[in-house]
Design a protein around this ligand. Structure first.
Ligand code: SF4
Ligand code: SF4
Ligand SMILES: [Zn+2]
Length: 459
């Protein structure tokens, strides 16, 4: 950057956007004592600087060392205007989709101060339109892991029908992104969703107790969160707890969330942390303090008394390594957690394998009978197995595999990008996509990108 003090160490270059006007501008990665910063300058709006890594250059580069070669995108559109303006996906994109978000409604039962979608004012999308979007996904590399999102998808009365439609169109893993209120309040609702074919619930879960809910979600929700987990457990639905981690709000809750999640195994399959990003309804400038991957891993280690150590985590490099972290544990008979991952990412895990991993790990607890226990005998085919087959499935290998599945616990996270820390080389490797009839498939961080005033690029 012009005028830079040359004693400052520039360790990399990329492209980003101006948080004021979203124009694409060059950016540099700079090493300083506290960590690595992304710095950029808009000719019109001046300089911007944000923390992207707490640690030295060596630790930063080691984390990114396992970068995979680019994927070939199926039916890509031409790249004309340049990234991030050609999403759809365009031919410059480097990762196929793993999880695709399908927004089914703009309505919501909450009005969270930190909503990335700025939801609560829109309407339901028609079943017909959603069917078309599903067809588009199947024609462009599907089936993906389909995440029903919003708004709050449970606001729709026809959600079971929508799930059935997804199954009929060939999606094999359907997740529900939810605040859990309806699951908690409506008797039999979780079972109805499970019967329709839902694979997993992605439950907004920011902390233990009501205080954090009041700050991040605007009301007390703790009793409902517990009741939602109870309902899913009874229905045989796997859950992943999804905390947004906000500086100064719930950084001290990381360990408590993990301990609670482990106590609710096997219904709870894992925790997926999402440090607060500055887009949607909360586009304010974060200043130079941010929760980075090293910081979150340090919080996990400190607050689980070293049971879950930073060194257990890998970058899970199906996407860009600086987007994610993950570890897996096996609960032992004495209750201790044995790490199944260590340091370097599992080699060769690309989008397809990541998709399968999520499908296996986040599915509900297995039982030696049927996950749909409680159903009438004539309807016991929802696992794809007849009652007769299940009676025969009592070998010790099956018992071993069931036990292993039920005792495996995943901890992961995603560091979303906003207008301050956006790195276009990361964005091109995105495999979390939003589907939109106007564009096709748009990487999540491009779809939700907002300028400082909250104006979206794509929404
Ligand atoms: S994010 Fe991907 S699809 Fe979108 S413009 Fe950039 S390279 Fe193309
Ligand atoms: S959603 Fe954002 S943080 Fe996640 S993989 Fe895509 S670009 Fe990276
Ligand atoms: Zn600008």
């Amino acid at each position: 950057m012009a005028g830079r003090d040359r004693s400052v160490k520039i360790i990399g270059e990329t492209q980003s956007v101006c948080p004021e006007c979203l124009r694409v501008i060059p950016a540099v990665k700079v090493e300083e004592e506290e960590g690595i910063y992304l710095e950029k300058m808009c000719p019109e709006h001046g300089n911007f600087r944000t923390l992207i890594w707490e640690g030295n250059r060596e630790s930063y580069e080691k984390w990114g060392a396992g970068m995979r070669p680019a994927d070939q995108i199926l039916k890509a559109r031409p790249s004309e205007k340049g990234c991030p303006l050609d999403c759809g996906l365009c031919e410059a994109h480097e990762r196929r989709g793993c999880c695709v978000l399908l927004e089914v409604t703009g309505r919501c039962s909450l009005r969270c101060p930190v909503c990335f979608a700025d939801a609560g004012r829109g309407e339901d999308i028609s079943l017909e339109e959603l069917g078309k979007q599903m067809d588009f996904l199947m024609e462009h590399g599907g089936p993906f892991n389909l995440q029903l999102s919003g708004g709050e998808p449970t606001m729709r009365e026809d959600l079971p029908e929508l799930i059935r439609m997804g199954m009929e169109k060939g999606f094999t893993f359907i997740q529900l992104n939810t605040n859990g209120i309806r699951l908690a309040e409506e008797e039999g609702y979780a079972k109805d969703l499970k019967k329709a074919g839902l694979s997993c619930v992605y439950l907004q879960f920011d902390g233990i107790g009501d205080e954090v809910c009041r700050v991040l979600r605007g009301r007390n929700l703790w009793e409902r969160k517990k009741a939602a987990i109870d309902a899913c457990e009874e229905a045989g639905l796997g859950l992943v707890l999804v905390p947004v981690v906000a500086p100064g709000v719930n950084e001290d809750q990381v360990g408590a969330i993990l301990k609670y999640a482990v106590s609710r195994m096997p219904a709870v399959r894992g925790v997926h942390f999402q440090p607060l990003s500055y887009f949607g309804r909360y586009p304010e400038d974060p200043g130079t303090y941010r929760i980075t991957i090293p910081r979150l891993l340090a919080l996990i280690e400190e607050q689980t008394d070293g049971t879950m150590k930073a060194e257990h985590f890998t970058e899970g490099n199906a996407t860009n390594p600086y987007c994610t972290f993950q570890a897996a544990y096996l609960r032992q008979d004495d209750g201790s957690m044995k790490p199944l991952t260590h340091g370097a990412a599992p080699r060769g895990r690309v989008s397809e394998q990541a998709k399968k991993y999520v499908e296996q790990q986040w599915s509900g607890a297995k039982t030696e009978k049927c996950c749909c226990k409680g159903n009438e005998p004539e309807t016991q085919s929802c696992c794809g197995e007849s009652t007769e087959q299940m009676r025969l499935d009592t070998s010790s290998l099956d018992e071993f595999l069931t036990k292993r599945h039920n005792n495996t616990f995943a901890v992961s996270g995603m560091l979303f990008q906003d207008a301050y820390n956006l790195d276009l080389s990361r964005l091109r490797r995105c495999y979390i996509l939003e589907t939109d009839s106007r564009y096709g498939m748009v990487p999540f961080c491009a779809y939700n990108l907002t300028d400082r005033k909250g104006r979206f690029l794509y929404r």
